[in-house]
Each structure stands twice: as structure tokens, then as C-alpha cells.
Design a protein around this ligand. Structure first.
Ligand code: NDP
Length: 494
């Protein structure tokens, strides 16, 4: 929970979502302060980009070591600011370390100079392509995974040779400050990774502060504002936005495994995951059996603010109203609550909720709920499941249980699909992460995630004079005739 500090207009206080304790106070950085940070970053970027991949990699590895050794402390900060269970915070940090390792190790291979084929007519040339760092990258992060999500951009941007100015969510500035301080311990020479805390206005200032790219993760609505703020300076943007991910259960699925995974994908982190499952489409032959298993498993998970609770409270207080509205409008439209429901909401704690028979045009099916709720819908066959899964404007991730998963995945309009598992793709650093449609564009993670923070520079070197001199005013009619002949030979038969 965040409040603008009563005594100052240029600061804000953060309170723990569970107990309401004050857990930090942070400045709201002004436009001038954000610009100054970007200017400092530009100097830092010049130094950082001149280091070799090995030198940068060695520093990123040491940063990883600090994160690993002080993980429990960092998890405490995450828990204080988001309310998520300490063990979930530890898991988030563990997954992040794999990405740091991968980005540092693979940057030279993905971005380093490589030869390009030149073709017959250009045989006198030697061509190469290399990816150069962009310069200064502005990273705007959300609060739901305040380490894993921003570092999905930061680690790759740094490994590619950029300096980063990081604006964390106003709900999790302490986590952002912890990360930047830890990085500063390892890289003390220049401010290669800086923090600018504040609210939306600070994020907007970062978009217009002369950075070379914005890596935004957050809601689709904010992404549109960010894109508009980037437009006047033609600042490029990678946008990782919300989702309404579907999980498909085919008639031949292992129902125990599917139900267990669905409960977790829908309820873990109190449903506050961009790739959390929100809709489930189940083949009619196994619908009743699957639903019974799912309700039994999800019914055992309890939300609360106490250390034993498996689900924490809802981090953003305003989200509780959205979750309640989605449940209530679904019920008003003919849906049924088979677990939890509005009655299970107490302050900012929402118990696992499962809804059935919800019309496909209800907000619980069309809009991102961002709470521990699932709609479970019976389908005739998997064609119907695919059609319904594809029917929202979002296209982030999906999951399929059953033997025909690969075939079905190819028909799903989304950036990532997990087969017979959930949340598996973000744990594989080599896989690009991102969505289509309202879920955004561009990719973090994997080779694409490194190239997202670099530009391709092509260089071609003439090794000897061309037998056919084409780019000269001394070109002869004989050469022109030869070019016409070669053109016909090479392309004319198609
Ligand atoms: P928001 O869109 O509310 O905020 C995201 C970030 O943008 C915050 O740092 C916020 O600052 C900042 N911001 C707000 N207004 C502006 C503005 N006008 N210009 C620039 N920056 C601004 O998202 P949440 O923090 O609530 O995060 C939840 C959303 O993030 C969900 O939709 C979720 O699906 C999505 N998400 C997507 C992921 C993905 O990889 N696709 C991963 C994780 C989450 P402040 O908080 O200070 O207002």
C-alpha cells in the first residue's frame, strides 16, 4: 500500500499490505532529477560498453553471487512490500539468478561479431554483423514480481552493454533500491544501474528524458500512455503487458496433474501474475472429473497475511474492487461460484475462487482479473477450446494438458505455451518471453531479449576489386549487358 507522504509532497511512504506497517519512505524524483540520472547514465554507459563481454560478465556474475548470498534479506523486502509469502519471494529470486547467468554467458555469442554470407555478385566482400549497445535503457517495472520482472530487462540490457535507469513500481521501491545498492557494491566505478523512485509521473519523465529505449512491464492501459510519452522523441519501446491466459484440458489429459497445475497457475501469488491462468477450457468428457479435482486442491490453499498462508493478500488495494466486480457480474450473468466467491473477500484478502457457467462476454472472462480466481468452462472439443482461448484481445501465454498439445499450441495466438505444465517457459532463460495484441510487443529473455537492447551494425569490407565494377560512373555498356545476363540467369527462371 502506498500513501503520498503527508508532510512532504516530494516523497511517499510504503506500508506492508498485510499488517499495514510502515516499511519505507522514498523520494518522488522530479523530471529534472530523472534527466540528471539519464545524463549520469550516459557517461556510465560509455565506460560499461567499452568493457569486454568477459569483463561485464565477470561483474554480472559477482552481482548474481551477492543476490544468492543475500537472498533471504531481499526476500524479506519483497515480502514486506508485496505481502507475498517469504518462500514465494525466495523462489522468485532463484529464477532470476538463472537469467542473470544466461544473459552474461550468452551475450558474446548472440551479440558478438559474426560473418554473413555475401552471395555470388559480392564475392569480393567480407561481411560481418555485430550488435552494439543502445546506450541508456529506462526500465519501468511492476510490483507483482519486483525482482524477476524488472531484472528480465535489466540483466539483458546490462549484458548487452547498456547502462540502466530503473523506475520501480511505487508499491515496491524498497526492492528496487535493494537491487541497485547491491549492484553498486559490485560495480562501483560508474552508476551503471541507477534508481529513480516515484509514481507514474516519474515513469512518464523517464520516457521523455532522452533514454535510448524504454523497457516497460505493466498494464496495457499504462503501456499506451508510455507509448504516447515515447512518441515525441521516437524513443523505442518494448512493452510487456497484461494477459488473460487460458489453460486447455483435453480428454486424454492426466487430470490429477492438470488439476494440480491449474490450481497453482490460477492461485499462486494470489493470482497476481501476468502469466497466471485465469480461464480454463475443459473437454466435456472430463469436465466433471477435472472440476472436482481442481476444487478439492484449490480449496486447500488459504489466503491470509499470516506466515502459514499459501497466498498473500492482494498487494494493490484498488484491485480488490476489480476482483469483486468480476465475481459479482459473472454471478449476475448466470455464473455459479463453486469455490470462494465474494463472500470470501475480507479486506484485501481474497480466498481462491472458482466460477463455472460464466458467459464468455462477462468481464471475468474478457478482462484481466489479477486475483486468485478461475473460470472453468466445458467445451465440446478442442477446436472450441482454441477458438474461445483466442477470443480475447490479449495474447501472452497459455497452457495445454493432453497428448495433442503441440498441435493445439500452433493454433493459439499467444507468445508462449506450456505443455503438460505451467509457468515453465519463464524458467528457461533461452526462451524469449512476451506477448502479442494487448499483451504487448518485443521480447525479453533469450537471444531476442539480448538483441532487444542492441542495434545491428553491418560492416562489409572489400577484399579485392570487383571483376564487375558496378558502383562507378565509369561503368561500361558491356558491364550493363553482363548484369542483365547474370540477372536473367540467377532469377529469370522463377
Ligand atoms: P501499472 O501499469 O499500473 O504500472 C507499471 C509501471 O508503470 C509502474 O512502475 C508504474 O508506476 C508505471 N507508470 C504508471 N503510470 C505511468 C506513466 N504515465 N508513464 C510511465 N510509467 C507509468 O502496472 P502494475 O504495476 O499494476 O503491474 C501489474 C500489471 O503488470 C498487470 O497488468 C500485469 O499483467 C502486468 N505484468 C506484465 C508482465 C509481462 O511480462 N507481460 C509481468 C508482470 C506484470 P507506479 O507504480 O509508481 O504508478
Amino acid at each position: 500500500m502506498t500513501t503520498i507522504h503527508p508532510a512532504r509532497t516530494n516523497g511517499f511512504a510504503v506500508h506492508a499490505p498485510g499488517c499495514g506497517d510502515l516499511v519505507g519512505e522514498h523520494p518522488i524524483r522530479t523530471e529534472a532529477e530523472v534527466r540528471a540520472a539519464v545524463e549520469r547514465a550516459r557517461v556510465a554507459a560509455a565506460w560499461w560498453s567499452r568493457l569486454s563481454y568477459a569483463e561485464r560478465g565477470e561483474r554480472l556474475d559477482r552481482f548474481r553471487g551477492v543476490l544468492a548470498r543475500r537472498a533471504a534479506q531481499l526476500a524479506g523486502v519483497i515480502h514486506d512490500e508485496t505481502g507475498k509469502p517469504h518462500s514465494d519471494a525466495m523462489l522468485e529470486i532463484a529464477l532470476t539468478l538463472d537469467h542473470l547467468a544466461w544473459a552474461a554467458r550468452n551475450a558474446p555469442k548472440v551479440l558478438g561479431r559474426r560473418r554473413a554470407k555475401v552471395g555470388l555478385l559480392m564475392a569480393n566482400q567480407a561481411a560481418t554483423v555485430e550488435y552494439q549497445p543502445l546506450g541508456v535503457v529506462g526500465v519501468i517495472g511492476p510490483w507483482n514480481y519486483p525482482v524477476f520482472t524488472p531484472l528480465g530487462s535489466i540483466a539483458y540490457a546490462l549484458a548487452a552493454g547498456n547502462a540502466v535507469v530503473f523506475k520501480p513500481s511505487e508499491l515496491t521501491p524498497g526492492t528496487g533500491a535493494w537491487l541497485v545498492e547491491a549492484f553498486g557494491q559490485v560495480v562501483g566505478e560508474h552508476p551503471v544501474l541507477q534508481l529513480v523512485t516515484g509514481d507514474g509521473s516519474t515513469g512518464a519523465a523517464l520516457c521523455g528524458a532522452g533514454v535510448d529505449k524504454i523497457a516497460f512491464t505493466g498494464s496495457t492501459a499504462t503501456a499506451k500512455k508510455v507509448m504516447a510519452a515515447c512518441a515525441p522523441t521516437l524513443t523505442p519501446l518494448v512493452a510487456e503487458c497484461g494477459g488473460k491466459d487460458a489453460l486447455l484440458v483435453d480428454a486424454d489429459a492426466d487430470l490429477d496433474a492438470a488439476a494440480d497445475a491449474t490450481a497453482w497457475a490460477g492461485m499462486a501469488n494470489a493470482g497476481q501474475s501476468c502469466i497466471g491462468t485465469e480461464r480454463v477450457y475443459v473437454h466435456e468428457r472430463v469436465y466433471e472429473s477435472f472440476l472436482a479435482k481442481l476444487v478439492a486442491i484449490a480449496g486447500k490453499a488459504r489466503a491470509g497475511s499470516d506466515p502459514e498462508a499459501q497466498l498473500g493478500p492482494i498487494t494493490l488495494p484498488a484491485q480488490v474492487g476489480i476482483i469483486r466486480r468480476h465475481i459479482d457480474t459473472a454471478v449476475a450473468a448466470g455464473g455459479r461460484v463453486v469455490l470462494g466467491g465474494s463472500d470470501g473477500i475480507a479486506d484485501n484478502v481474497v480466498q481462491p475462487t472458482i466460477l463455472v457457467d460464466v458467459p464468455e462476454d462477462a468481464p471475468a472472462v474478457t478482462e484481466e482479473t489479477f486475483g486468485p480466481t478461475l473460470t472453468v468452462t466445458k467445451v465440446r472439443d478442442m477446436d472450441e477450446a482454441v477458438a474461445l482461448a483466442n477470443a480475447t484481445g490479449y495474447g501472452l501465454g497459455a497452457a495445454v494438458f493432453g497428448g495433442r498439445g503441440q498441435h493445439l499450441a500452433e493454433r493459439l495466438r499467444c507468445g508462449m505455451v506450456a505443455l503438460n505444465a505451467v509457468f515453465s517457459y519463464p524458467r528457461i532463460p533461452a526462451l524469449p518471453f512476451g506477448g502479442v495484441g494487448d499483451s504487448g510487443f518485443g521480447r525479453i529473455h533469450g537471444p531476442e531479449g539480448l538483441r532487444e537492447f542492441a542495434y545491428a551494425q553491418s560492416v562489409t569490407r572489400q577484399r579485392f576489386a570487383a571483376p564487375l565494377a558496378l558502383t562507378t560512373f565509369a561503368r561500361t555498356p558491356k558491364t550493363d549487358a553482363l548484369v542483365a545476363k547474370v540477372m536473367t540467369l540467377l532469377h529469370g527462371r522463377h
